[in-house]
Design a protein around this ligand. Structure first.
Ligand code: NAD
Length: 295
């Protein structure tokens, strides 16, 4: 049994913390939202009054927060209060620069740290099947791996500090671009009088094959489990896709990478969000490409 502090018990954090409790760990949690603390308590988490209280005696500290500024502010608060030898794991999706700053704060206090963002969404968080992509020193990763296991389907060490976040935004830039590509192809198919199923049957086993088509098909029918079959309820909300695409574009500008399709995808998801569809699954962008707000 390990004593774990869990800070940020929202849609992702609460089910993740619940899986750590189920695995036999003592989890001390904190969130700013009282309802989230009530859920955490029901899941067996020991609810603490603030982040500083949560990290007391913790060997591991996990953060699952909205953005870089929240992570840095929590790290500044807790870094001097965490016990010597503790490991900090940040699983939030944040910009690479803030992730590296968070590692530096930990390092300044002699603490090991990894950035370990996830993919798999709230379903994966509840099922304990998230993919973790980790960045940090090998000894930090080695300590983190057994702790992450009860929450994970897959854990990959991607490189040094920030490499987990870099992987996450590159992956999600592929996802945003490929979803738009797949959606455009279905819209064209409709105009050409081609059945959705016919396009799917060929493209899913041909060179057009990709996850946005075969797992998350943006039209109802071919993949019964995709959000298109339940009126585009997320799934992965368009607001979160926009967040990740913006992070990819910030990183691209900072690093001098040319990502014109990523930039276009960010613009299209910004428009989709501005039209009030931020809480729709990101595959719902197909309706926007049809010039409609709904199916
Ligand atoms: P969420 O908004 O539901 O949860 C974040 C929680 O952090 C909130 O409950 C908020 O009250 C809490 N918080 C903010 N500042 C805090 C502070 N100073 N101290 C304590 N708690 C604080 O968001 P989420 O959906 O759980 O996502 C969390 C992170 O995971 C985000 O970075 C998101 O991009 C990423 N992510 C989300 C999904 C998803 O499908 N929801 C998938 C992959 C990654």
């Amino acid at each position: 049994m390990t004593t774990i502090a869990f800070i940020g018990l929202g849609n992702m954090g609460n089910p993740m913390a619940a899986n750590l409790v189920k695995a036999g760990h003592a989890v001390q949690g904190f969130d700013l939202v009282p309802d989230n603390l009530t859920t955490a308590r029901k899941n067996g988490v020991t609810v603490m009054a603030n982040a500083t209280a949560a990290v007391k005696d913790a060997e591991i500290v996990i953060t699952m927060l909205p953005a870089g500024k929240h992570v840095l502010s929590v790290y500044e608060d807790i870094a001097s209060k965490v016990q010597k030898g503790a490991l900090l794991i940040d699983s939030s999706t944040i910009d690479v620069e803030s992730a590296r700053k968070a590692h530096a704060v930990a390092g300044k206090h002699g603490l090991l740290s990894i950035d370990a963002p996830v993919s798999g969404g709230t379903g994966g968080a509840a099922a304990g099947t998230l993919t973790f992509m980790a960045g940090g020193a090998p000894e930090a990763f080695a300590r983190a791996e057994p702790i992450l296991k009860p929450m994970a389907g897959r854990i990959v060490h991607c490189g040094d500090a920030g490499a987990g976040q870099a992987t996450k935004i590159c992956n999600n830039m592929i996802l945003g671009v490929s979803m738009i590509g797949v959606a455009e192809a279905f819209v064209l198919a409709e105009k050409l009088g081609l059945a959705h199923q016919a396009l799917f049957d060929v493209a899913s086993t041909s060179s057009g094959q990709c996850w946005s088509l075969t797992t998350y098909c943006p039209v109802p029918g071919p993949v019964p489990s995709s959000p298109a079959n339940r009126d585009y309820q997320p799934g992965f909300a368009a607001a979160l896709m926009l967040k990740d695409l913006k992070l990819s574009q910030e990183a691209a500008q900072g690093a001098g990478a040319v990502t014109p399709l990523g930039a276009e995808a960010a613009q299209l998801y910004a428009l989709f969000n501005a039209l009030g569809h931020g809480d729709v699954d990101f595959s719902g962008i197909i309706n926007f490409l049809r010039g409609k707000s709904k199916q």
